[in-house]
Design a protein around this ligand. Sequence first.
Ligand SMILES: [Zn+2]
Length: 160
Amino acid sequence: MRPIITSSQLLSYDNEQELDPARAQLLARAKQAAADAYAPYSKFKVGSAVLLANGEVVIGSNQENAAYPLTMCGERVAIFAASALYPKEKIAKVAITIISEKGNINRPVTPCGACRQALLENETRTQADIELILQGDSGEVYVIKTVKDILPFIFDASFL
Ligand SMILES: [Zn+2]
């Protein structure tokens, strides 16, 4: 037996003012998208803004349903829309943020496991790392250079 230890890295910023203007702008687009989320059940509005290699920005927000399992996360709405609109473009950065109607969350909200897997599929397909920019309602911002940093022991096409 031998232990296997993984490591991951992220950059922590105190708030969006500490970011460079381009990242701050992408995060602001994600916040705008969150405002338009359809989240009447969770009251947890998620917005995402995808920056493509060609400079285009595609937004998404969570879309809930009275039949709860039909709900789709905001970041998956955004990356799927980006892939549908620009199938050959690489994704450079994805900003994800929230508006919680149940109270201020001042720490970064990270993607759920399913979204990490979906983001990873895009990284693998395009062979390009995707930078994540994550924030809660306000406060600290995480910048993560690749999805692999938050999804160790990945499952990808190499197994198939
Ligand atoms: Zn998700």
